[in-house]
Design a protein around this ligand. Sequence first.
Ligand SMILES: [Zn+2]
Length: 371
Amino acid sequence: MQTQTHPLISPALGTERHLTSFHYGPSGGQKIYIQASLHADELPGMLVAWELRKRLAALEAAGKLRGEIVVVPVSNPIGLNQRLLGHLVGRFETSTASNFNRNFHDLAELVMPRIEPRLTGDEQQNLLAVRAAMREALAEEMPTTELESQRLALQRLSYDADVVLDLHCDFEAAMHLYTNPDLWPDVEPLARYLDAKASLFALNALGTPFDEIHSFCWSELRARYGERYPIPMGTISVTIELRGQADVSYAFAEKDAQAIVDYLTHRGVIDATPAPLPPLEFEATPLSGTETLPAPISGVLVFRAPVGARVEPGEPIADIVDPLTDRVVTITSSVAGVLFARQRTRFATAGMVVAWVAGAEPLRSGALLTN
Ligand SMILES: [Zn+2]
């Protein structure tokens, strides 16, 4: 195991932060990149990364690693230090209101101006040529703020990984994940090992979040050059939502770290017999099929259905109680699907989204991620 330190730009006199990456196994084979808590108030992944590091250290000592596995357990030290009025504010940088998981460099945009003359009829050579172009382009970037330097440091660690796992969580949620639909055959085993209650197909719609830049750049390169040159899907990237913000426990972390180890074993990165693939209980659905349920009035939010439940059209999800008028409004799902995430606060303002149901039929288009 090798530890690397990546200094960030000092934002103010007397202050400097850095990222730490842990590198297990030999380089030259597959590369796996796993980071946690990019939204700094989403802590389940940090504990999973810690459990994972213990397993990787033991596997490395036993000579079982066939590829390089990079783990960044604390991927957002800026956000971790943003405590406001007693609350950890980890999703947005407080000085710019910028979402920590948006505005990464668009890798397709970076490589397109330079890649075409280097493409050949050999798919493996093209994979290496694209990665070399990514490395050059990222090396040329000159960040000016601490946040830009954090994003760039993460991208320089991850751009050439065969698998990128970005560990997040939701407010209150069942285990679920987001991925590029082109990757589903490679991601489905992960969904099985994790026992995902929803697998959502993202659309490259908004804001270049971390996992999307790694997979959609290959989709774009294939769309642009694929008829003339063979280009593989160079990175399998997935955002894993490790349930809800309060779901931090040793039991969950051990289970989830083992699921990742099982997936890496299944992919041949760990030299062992893979665990049998569990059944996929909940099929993948398009993110555009997810129904967002807003509160029609303000009031106390009382949930009537648990996360992870299959719900039918018309099924009550929550009530909004107005204690001044005695009005009670019931929010129901209009689709059949899985109630995979719920709001964490119990006070609803009018229009606030209180729950998300993964349905199979597309309902929405355009930008599907919220900020
Ligand atoms: Zn997140």
